[in-house]
Design a protein around this ligand. Structure first.
Ligand code: ZN
Length: 165
């Protein structure tokens, strides 16, 4: 069992759109296993492959019902509005109130290649939207409204200076 290093804000891989998984083989299963370990070690409730530098469309999550892997996920429907104080393992120690749809429908496939079709609301819907965003190269700061986004970018730039001198 191995864990990955989680890529953080500033790493260009977080801005790339991950490629569809054509073939769900043992390698993909192993990748998902290591991603789940990494997510628990962080600890976090969701982790997308791009966050560990892997160019594949899959994410793992555990919102309290055990670890689950979704391959080639897509949000096919969304409705309502819900505000939630959202954070991200790739933007450590920061969180912001973000409004997103309250309910979503997620499709994809599981590690056995079986279709997945899930309705989610509130917290789970938030996890799904956040992880699918990662696979599209979108970070949560891009979901902030104008003013909050400016503040967030200032904080992140300052932090990069503090880290790298
Ligand atoms: Zn994240």
């Amino acid at each position: 069992m191995s864990t990955f290093t989680i890529r953080v804000f500033g790493d260009p891989v977080l801005k790339t759109r991950a490629r569809e998984v054509d073939n769900i083989d043992g390698k993909v299963a192993k990748l998902a296993e290591s991603m789940i370990e990494t997510m628990y070690a962080a600890p976090g409730v969701g982790l997308a492959a791009t966050q560990v530098g892997v160019d594949k469309r899959l994410f793992v999550y555990d919102a309290g019902d055990g670890p689950t892997t979704i391959v080639n996920p897509a949000i096919t429907e969304s409705s309502g509005e819900w505000e939630f104080e959202e954070g991200c393992l790739s933007v450590p120690d920061l969180h912001w109130p973000i409004i997103r749809p309250k309910e979503v429908h997620l499709t994809g496939v599981d590690l056995d290649g079986n279709p997945v079709s899930l309705d989610a609301d509130e917290f789970l819907a938030r996890v799904f939207q956040h992880e699918v965003d990662h696979l599209d190269g979108i970070l949560l700061v891009e979901r902030l409204d104008e003013d909050l986004r400016k503040d967030a970018m200032r904080t992140l730039r300052q932090r990069a200076l503090d880290w790298h001198g």
